[in-house]
Design a protein around this ligand. Structure first.
Ligand code: ADP
Ligand code: MG
Length: 653
C-alpha cells in the first residue's frame, strides 16, 4: 500500500479542528462571508470562531490581496491565539500567522493572518485611516465592548465607506461575539445580517445561595472543598474571582488545606489564571491534571470568553468582577470590585457545559441575581476618555464631539476629557471648535496615556528624559516584581535597599537601575524577587519610546542622582491625580475632593507626605491610591496655576 504524502496525514490537531462546532457550518459560512461586506457572527465560546474563521477565509482565498486582521481586547489572548493558529497551520509564528501587541511585533512581510490588540489596530489607523493594508478586519470579542473596540467600530465603518467612495479595494468587516445585543450591532452596521453558529451547549444546573454572602472568598473556599469531597476527581472546577491578589491568596489557602484532607479525598492541583501571569504559566491551565487529581482553576473574567479550558464540570461564580468606573463630575476613574451583569453570569455558567452537563454554583441569592443589570455597561461609558479623544483628534476625525459611537459616552464625559486635555496643553478650544496643539500632536505619537506622553515630552525641560523614559516604561509593563506571599519577610529584606522615601516611582527606578547595572543577571533577579522577563521587556519598551523621542528631535539627558527633577517632571504631567494630606491624617484627591488613602503596597504607606501624585485609584473596602510619588505643592501650582489656585484653597477650607 502506498503511504500517504507526509503533509496529508491528519494530525491530532486536524482532528480537533474538524470536531469544532463551526466546522459543520463552514461551507455555508464561507458562502455568506464571501458576499457580505459586513457580517455579525454569534457563537458560543469555544465553538471555533477565533481560531478557525481567519483560516477558513485564507484557505478560501477571501481577502488574499492583503492582510486579515483579527483584533482581541487582551494582549495575552492575541499572543496565545496566534500561537495556536500558527501551530494548526503548521507554520512558525511570525510567518503566515503573526501578532502585534503594544511594544511587540511578531509579523513579517509574509504575514497574512495578523492577531492584534484592538488598541494596536486603532494606533495603526493614525497613519492609515483607510486601513489599506487590510482586506478583512475581524473585530473579535465584540461583546466585551472595550473602549478601543468601540472606537474601532466607528473607525472601521468610516474606512469601509470611504474605500467604497474612492473605488479602493473593499474592506470586509466581521464582528464576532459570544452573546450580545445583536440589534444594536446590526443597526449600527447598516442592518448587517447576523449569522448564528449552532451551539453545543449541554444542560447546566444552577444553584444559588439561600442567604446573601458577606464574604464571597470564604464562600468560594467552602464550596470548592464541598465539591472536592463529593465529586469524582476527573471533574474540574473553575472559580471566577476578581484579581491577582485574591486569586493568589485563595490558591495558597486551597493548597494548604488540601495537604491535610481526610483519607479518601484525592489530591488537588490549584492553578491561577489572570492577565498579568507570564504566558508560560498561563499555558498550564490547558494541561490536564495527573490522573486521580482534580484541577481547580481560579480565574479572573479572562476565562469567561477569551480562553476555553476543557474538563470543566463545575463553575463557582462569586458574582464579582474588577472593572473601571468613571464619574464625569469628579473626573475620577476608579478601579473597583463590583457585581457582574446577568450576561456575564450566564457566560460564566456556560463554561460548565462545554463537554457534558455541568453545575454552576452562584455565590449569591436568586433575588440578588434578579437585580443584576442585564448587560455590562460598555467601557466607553465608564472610563476616562482623554486618551480616546486625543486619539480621534490625531486620526483627523473632523467633529470629535459628535463621533458616531455605537453607544454614546455619558454626557459630560467628553467634556471632562476635553478639559483634562486642555489642562495638559494638548487641545485648544476656540468658541465651540476644538483643535489639537503642536504638543497634542506629539503626545499622540506615543502609544501611551496622555499624561505619560506629556511626562516624556516635558522631561527635556528638567534634563531627566532617561529617568522619565525608564519610569514610564516600568509602568507600561505588567508588574516587574515578584511578591510571593509565603516569602513576605525575605521579599521585604531584599527590597529594603531599593526603597526611596520619595515614593514608588523612584523605588521602581532604583530597582531598574540596579537591574541594568548587573545586565539583567538571572541570579540577581532571583535573589531580589525581580521578574527578569518583564524587566527585559521594560528595556525593550524604553528603547522603542526613545526612538519616538529621537524622531521628535528631543534632547535626551540623564539627571543622575538629582531625583528632584524627576519628581517635578512627574508633578507637571500628573497633577490631575494629586492628593493632599489633611490635618486628621487622611488624604483628599484635589481634583474631586474625594477622600482617598495610601494603598498598603506603597512605600509611602506610613510616611504621610503632605502632597503626592498617584497613578490610579483602586476601590475595595476604601478608595486607595496606588503608585505614589512625593511632590511639592509649589510644583503643582507651577504646573497648572489657575487650576490649583481653586483646588488648593478648596481642599483646605
Ligand atoms: P471561540 O473563538 O469560538 O471561543 P476558539 O477558536 O478560541 O473558539 O477555540 C476553539 C477551540 O480551540 C477551543 O475549544 C479550545 O479548546 C481550543 N484552543 C484554543 N486555543 C488553544 C490553546 N492555546 N491551547 C489549546 N487549545 C486551544
Ligand atoms: Mg474567541
Amino acid at each position: 500500500m502506498l503511504l500517504p504524502k507526509k503533509g496529508n496525514i491528519p494530525t491530532p490537531l486536524d482532528v480537533q479542528r474538524k470536531r469544532l462546532p463551526i466546522y459543520q457550518a463552514k461551507p455555508q459560512l464561507l458562502n455568506q462571508l464571501r458576499q457580505l461586506p459586513c457580517a455579525i457572527l454569534i457563537g458560543e465560546t469555544g465553538s471555533g470562531k477565533t481560531t478557525q474563521i481567519p483560516q477558513y477565509l485564507y484557505e478560501a482565498g477571501i481577502g488574499r490581496q492583503g492582510v486579515i486582521a483579527i483584533t482581541q481586547p487582551r494582549r495575552v489572548a492575541a499572543i496565545s491565539l496566534a500561537g495556536r493558529v500558527a501551530e494548526e497551520t503548521r507554520t512558525s509564528l511570525g510567518k503566515l500567522v503573526g501578532y502585534t501587541v503594544r511594544f511587540e511585533d511578531v509579523t513579517s512581510s509574509e504575514t497574512k493572518l495578523k492577531f492584534m490588540t484592538d488598541g494596536m489596530l486603532l494606533r495603526e489607523a493614525i497613519g492609515d485611516p483607510l486601513m489599506l493594508r487590510y482586506t478583512v478586519v475581524v473585530l473579535d470579542e465584540a461583546h466585551e465592548r472595550t473602549m478601543h473596540t468601540d472606537v474601532l467600530f466607528g473607525v472601521v465603518k468610516t474606512a469601509q465607506r470611504r474605500r467604497r467612495e474612492l473605488n479602493k479595494v473593499p474592506l470586509k468587516v466581521i464582528v464576532m461575539s459570544a452573546t450580545m445585543d445583536v440589534d444594536l450591532f446590526s443597526d449600527y452596521f447598516n442592518k448587517s445580517p447576523v449569522l448564528y453558529l449552532e451551539g453545543r451547549q449541554h444542560p447546566i444546573q444552577i444553584y444559588y445561595t439561600k442567604q446573601p454572602q458577606s464574604d464571597y472568598l470564604q464562600a468560594a473556599l467552602i464550596t470548592i472543598f464541598q465539591i472536592h469531597q463529593e465529586a469524582p476527581p476527573s471533574h474540574d472546577i473553575l472559580v471566577f474571582m476578581t484579581g491577582q491578589e485574591e486569586i493568589e491568596a485563595l490558591a495558597r489557602t486551597c493548597r494548604d488545606i488540601s495537604k491535610h484532607l481526610p483519607d479518601g479525598c484525592g489530591p488537588m492541583l490549584v492553578i491561577a489564571l489572570y492577565a498579568s501571569l507570564p504566558p508560560a504559566q498561563q499555558l498550564r491551565v490547558f494541561q490536564p491534571a495527573p490522573k486521580g487529581c482534580r484541577k481547580v482553576i481560579l480565574s479572573t473574567n479572562i476565562a469567561e470568553t477569551s480562553v476555553t479550558i476543557s474538563g470543566i464540570k463545575y463553575v463557582i461564580d462569586t458574582g464579582m468582577v474588577k472593572s473601571k468606573r468613571f464619574n464625569p463630575d469628579s473626573g475620577l476613574e476608579i478601579l473597583a470590585v463590583q457585581r457582574v451583569s446577568k450576561a456575564q453570569a450566564w457566560q460564566r455558567a456556560g463554561r460548565a457545559g462545554r463537554e457534558d452537563s455541568g453545575l454552576c454554583y452562584r455565590l449569591y441569592t436568586e433575588d440578588e441575581f434578579d437585580k443584576l443589570i442585564p448587560m455590562t455597561v460598555p467601557e466607553i461609558q465608564r472610563c476616562n476618555l482623554s486618551g480616546v479623544i486625543l486619539h480621534l483628534m490625531a486620526l483627523g476625525i473632523p467633529d470629535v464631539l459628535n463621533f458616531d459611537f455605537m453607544s454614546k459616552p455619558l454626557p459630560g464625559a467628553i467634556q471632562a476629557a476635553v478639559v483634562q486635555l486642555e489642562l495638559l496643553g494638548a487641545l485648544e478650544k476656540k468658541e465651540q471648535q476644538v483643535t489639537l496643539t503642536a504638543l497634542g500632536k506629539k503626545m499622540a505619537s506615543f502609544p501611551l496615556e496622555p499624561r505619560y506622553a506629556k511626562a516624556i515630552l516635558l522631561s527635556p525641560d528638567f534634563s531627566c528624559s532617561e529617568e522619565v523614559l525608564g519610569i514610564v516604561s516600568l509602568l507600561s509593563v505588567d508588574t516587574v516584581l515578584y511578591n510571593p506571599p509565603a516569602r513576605r519577610d525575605e521579599v521585604l529584606a531584599a527590597r529594603r535597599k531599593f526603597i526611596s522615601s520619595e515614593g514608588d516611582h523612584m523605588t521602581l527606578l532604583n530597582i531598574y537601575r540596579a537591574f541594568k547595572k548587573v545586565s539583567g543577571n538571572k541570579e540577581w533577579c532571583r535573589e531580589n524577587y525581580v521578574n527578569s522577563r518583564n524587566m527585559g521587556l521594560v528595556k525593550a519598551v524604553q528603547a522603542q519610546l526613545r526612538e519616538i523621542c529621537l524622531k521628535l528631535n528631543m534632547k535626551l539627558e540623564s539627571c543622575g542622582s538629582d531625583t528632584v527633577s524627576v519628581r517635578r517632571c512627574l508633578a507637571h504631567a500628573m497633577f490631575v491625580n494629586a492628593a493632599e494630606l489633611q490635618p486628621d491624617g487622611s488624604y483628599v484627591a484635589l481634583d474631586s475632593h474625594q477622600s482617598v488613602a495610601v494603598h498598603p503596597s506603597s512605600v509611602l504607606f506610613q510616611a504621610k507626605p503632605a502632597y503626592v501624585v498617584f497613578n490610579e485609584l483602586l476601590h475595595t473596602s476604601r478608595c486607595y491610591m496606588r503608585d505614589l510619588c512625593l511632590v511639592d505643592a509649589e510644583w503643582l501650582v507651577d504646573a497648572a496655576p489657575e487650576y490649583f489656585s481653586r483646588k488648593l484653597r478648596h481642599a483646605k477650607s
